[in-house]
Ligand binder design. Structure first.
Ligand code: HEC
Length: 213
């Protein structure tokens, strides 16, 4: 019986596929090995969770939290930020590292440099702010574990660029949210939601351009 029900389901799916296949798919396929793909999609689901966190914080009028999520969870080096939090590094230091990494990424995006350079720069920034490597982590360990982010090598340069732009747009949300005073005005909400809309527009643009194979 169970098999019969399965067969029915499969037949139903087969019936509905032609309609789907007729919609044109203009996205460019990007090849990734299974493990990288799993990590990449996991990161994507994390992005959606962070957007949800940000919207919830916005609904509560908690602009400080909106700024934190934007700068740390959706910003450049979001994985590094998570590691710093897990290692118990104080929030103000994490904020400082986030700010410096972002400056660096903005520069890299202009120069369209490689991801390698970006990572070397991040290590230096961590050393500079903390006066040493991340507690409990040896130098270079982040790289061995797949790097901070580390998808730069599998993404075509144009896609990588879209990713960097996404992180920079998150930085703009952080700026807008940080500028909000104790009594948020309608204009503040407008500025912050507008900046969030630019970020989600970038998610959308990248999804329209690429798919994973
Ligand atoms: C640099 C390009 C790029 C950016 C920017 C981007 N994504 Fe993605 N995302 C992808 C690709 C490619 C896929 C896989 C799509 C496919 O193969 O059908 C994906 C898949 C996803 C998935 C599905 C995950 C799964 O398990 O299948 C979610 C959710 C997602 N993205 C959320 C987001 C959100 C939210 C943002 C913005 C904050 C975002 N993405 C920004 C490229 C991007």
């Amino acid at each position: 019986m169970k098999n019969l029900a399965m067969a029915g389901l499969v037949a139903l799916m087969a019936l509905s596929t032609p309609a789907l296949a007729m919609e044109e798919d203009a996205r460019t396929p990007v090849k990734m090995d299974a493990r990288t793909q799993q990590k990449f999609l996991g990161m994507m689901r994390g992005f959606l969770e962070s957007v949800d966190d940000m919207m919830s914080a916005l609904g509560e009028g908690d602009f400080k939290e909106v700024a934190r999520v934007a700068a740390q969870d959706l910003g450049p080096a979001h994985e590094l930020m998570a590691r710093l939090r897990a290692a118990g590094v104080p929030q103000d230091k994490i904020g400082e590292i986030a700010r410096l990494v972002r400056q660096r990424m903005a520069k890299m995006a202009e120069e369209s440099g490689g991801e390698e350079k970006m990572h070397a720069g991040m290590g230096r920034i961590v050393m500079q702010v903390l006066g040493g490597p991340i507690p409990g982590m040896k130098m270079g360990q982040g790289k061995a574990g797949g790097g901070f982010g580390g998808f730069g090598k599998v993404m075509p340069p144009e896609m990588h660029q879209m990713g960097m732009e996404m992180h920079l747009l998150s930085g703009k949300i952080a700026d807008a949210a940080s500028a909000v005073g104790k009594k948020p005005t309608a204009a503040d909400y407008k500025a912050v939601t507008g900046a969030i809309g630019e970020l989600t527009g970038q998610c959308r643009a990248c999804h329209a351009a690429w798919k994973i194979r």
